[in-house]
Design a protein around this ligand. Structure first.
Ligand code: FES
Length: 121
C-alpha cells in the first residue's frame, strides 16, 4: 500500500514501558485513551484493548495463562494473539495491537485516534 494512500490506516508507534515492568502471566495497563494493556505469556508480549467486550471491565485485572486472558468479572476468555473471544459471556473479539521489542523496551503500534500522551513518560 502506498504511504500516501488516504485510505491507509494511520497508526503510531509508542514506547510503552520497559520489558521488566510486565510480569509473566500478568496484565499491565497503559495510560492511554481508550486504555490498552500489555500481557506477557509464554515468553511473548501482547497488547490488547484493555476493556472486556462483555461489559466495562479491565482485562489487566484478569488471569493469564497459556496466552489466554480470563476476565476477572464474569470469566470470559480471550486469545492474546488474536483477541478472539474464546468463551461466553463475551462473543466480540478484543482489538489487538502490534508489539515490537527494542532491546529491553516495549513499543506498541496504536491507532492515531488513541490518546497516548500518558504513556512512555
Ligand atoms: S465483563 Fe468481562 S466477562 Fe463480563
Amino acid at each position: 500500500m502506498p504511504e500516501n494512500d488516504p485510505a491507509a490506516p494511520t497508526s503510531q508507534w509508542v514506547r510503552a514501558c520497559a520489558l521488566d515492568e510486565v510480569e509473566e502471566d500478568e496484565g499491565h495497563r497503559l495510560d492511554t485513551v481508550p486504555p490498552v494493556s500489555l500481557f506477557r505469556s509464554g515468553g511473548e508480549v501482547f497488547c490488547l484493548d484493555d476493556t472486556c467486550t462483555h461489559e466495562d471491565f479491565s482485562l489487566a485485572e484478569g488471569w493469564v495463562e497459556d496466552c489466554v486472558v480470563e476476565c476477572a468479572l464474569h470469566t470470559a476468555k480471550f486469545d492474546l494473539r488474536s483477541g478472539k473471544a474464546l468463551s461466553a459471556p463475551a462473543s466480540t473479539p478484543v482489538r489487538v495491537h502490534e508489539v515490537r521489542l527494542e532491546g529491553t523496551e516495549i513499543y506498541v503500534r496504536l491507532p492515531e485516534t488513541y490518546d497516548t500522551s500518558g504513556v512512555g513518560k
